[in-house]
Design a protein around this ligand. Structure first.
Ligand SMILES: Cc1cc2nc3c(=O)[nH]c(=O)nc-3n(C[C@H](O)[C@H](O)[C@H](O)COP(=O)(O)OP(=O)(O)OC[C@H]3O[C@@H](n4cnc5c(N)ncnc54)[C@H](O)[C@@H]3O)c2cc1C
Length: 390
């Protein structure tokens, strides 16, 4: 196994790390501690190039050759929709632990600066938070952000005029979370409205500057915070591979999760495009789908080595489970729908079970309970020596 991080990151809880509910280390599990670690070798290295014709993988730790290759490099944020992307605008993404720590620090810093700001307009600019993309990650993040601000931060910043706080969620479609059941969509919209989150539909961020953003090439909103969750593309190392790919660079796979025409090369998770039989659409990018695909790929490689039949990957739609801040969530599986606090408990239970390692599970549960009792941690911890005011 080759990875540029030596830990396994549980991404579905990253938004809670970014909003100070969970400690960052608690969603990371060291790969060298994994169960069955003695059955594989681990190399912490960056993959620089993959040549599936010569069967070679060039990494920062040297060249590797292979008989079988599993591509599971995930995706990266797609900011191609921003028209001033060449100016390298300061936009936050949420993919890594580092991203979540940067977001948390930045929000706290905006409150520190707003608390000493005497101009109402400047304070409003510092306290306007723009989230681009109302997919399930955007909706979960924006509701956590709202609770972080209103349940934890504002009580420590008494000089702040709370009417200056704006949280905006920008979405290019006319609804939140595509493919969400309409009843869940209506419930989520009601909650977003109740929380005072402004949802702007049929709109997209066209430009971002240090102190403002532009929407639809027209409206300007003064802000210093943009969190970009409007889509992802395949990892560039995948997009560079010379095999059939979709329009966002994901590699096409067959029913065995194998790359057609390249025997022994498999791809799974966010970097693979597996077509649904009925709709012809790619299956969604979800953690438990990647995990299920991994076991199918492992079986198929063993089957190839042993000369047995390979197993087909059969996609079954995952349950819909979306958190909406501290005490609300929505859950749907087949005919069953659950909303509110009960769904939040299902959400917490499901994700606690999915986290790798009982040690991390216990620490996450403690974080959730202590955030409820004592509030969230609001310390600004420098990420660079000497840099206190980004
Ligand atoms: C904020 C957030 C919230 C999410 N919430 C949910 C949720 O609630 N439910 C859900 O089901 N899914 C959720 N997802 C999606 C889920 O996390 C992904 O579908 C899943 O992680 C995909 O797994 P993967 O193995 O394909 O890719 P990843 O988990 O992205 O793993 C890719 C790995 O490759 C490594 N890597 C990348 N490039 C290189 C390189 N050049 N060299 C070496 N190593 C490299 C990375 O470090 C990483 O470890 C969320 C994702 C995010 C970002």
């Amino acid at each position: 196994m080759v990875s540029d991080d030596n830990f396994f990151l549980f991404s579905p809880l990253l938004h809670e790390v970014a909003m100070g509910r969970i400690e960052s280390r608690h969603v990371a599990y060291p790969i060298r501690r994994l169960h069955w670690r003695d059955r594989f070798n681990f190399i912490q290295a960056s993959v620089n190039n993959i040549d599936i014709i010569q069967k070679k993988v060039d990494t920062s730790a040297g060249m590797l050759t292979y008989d079988y290759l599993v591509l599971a490099l995930g995706g990266v944020a797609d900011m191609s929709g921003l028209e001033n992307i060449e100016e390298k605008p300061n936009v936050f993404t949420l993919k890594t632990l580092y991203d979540s720590r940067l977001i948390r620090n930045h929000i706290i810093m905006m409150f520190e600066r707003a608390s000493v700001e005497t101009s109402n307009n400047q304070q409003q600019q510092l306290l306007s938070f723009v989230v681009s993309g109302a997919g399930y990650i955007g909706v979960q993040l924006v509701t956590e952000l709202r609770d972080f601000i209103f349940r934890s931060l504002i009580k420590y910043y008494r000089s702040i005029n709370t009417s200056n706080i704006r949280i905006l969620l920008i979405e290019k479609e006319d609804k939140i979370i595509s493919n969400l059941h309409p009843k869940l969509g209506a419930y989520a919209m009601k909650q977003l409205k109740r929380m005072g989150i402004e949802v702007i539909f049929r709109s997209r961020l066209t430009r971002v500057w240090e102190d403002r953003v532009q929407i639809n090439n027209e409206e300007i909103i003064p802000t210093k915070t943009v969190i970009w969750l409007s889509g992802a593309v395949a990892n560039p190392r995948i997009a560079e591979i010379n095999a059939a790919k979709d329009n966002i660079g994901r590699i096409m796979v067959n029913d065995y999760l194998e790359v057609p025409d390249f025997s022994g090369v498999y791809a799974l998770g966010d970097c693979a495009h597996f077509k649904q039989k009925k709709s012809g659409e790619p299956i969604p990018r979800r953690a438990h789908i990647a995990v299920r695909q991994a076991s199918v790929v492992a079986r198929n490689i063993l089957a190839e080595i042993r000369g047995l039949d390979k197993k087909l990957y059969v996609y079954s739609p995952p349950p819909e489970l979306v958190s909406l801040g501290t005490s609300q969530a929505m859950f749907r599986f087949r005919g069953l729908r659950v909303y509110g606090l009960a769904a939040r408990f299902i959400w917490l239970g499901a994700y606690t079970l999915l986290v790798t390692g009982s040690y991390n599970r216990v620490r996450i549960v403690i974080d959730w309970v202590s955030a409820l009792i004592f509030g969230r941690d609001t310390s600004y911890i420098k990420t660079k020596i000497g840099k206190s005011n980004p």
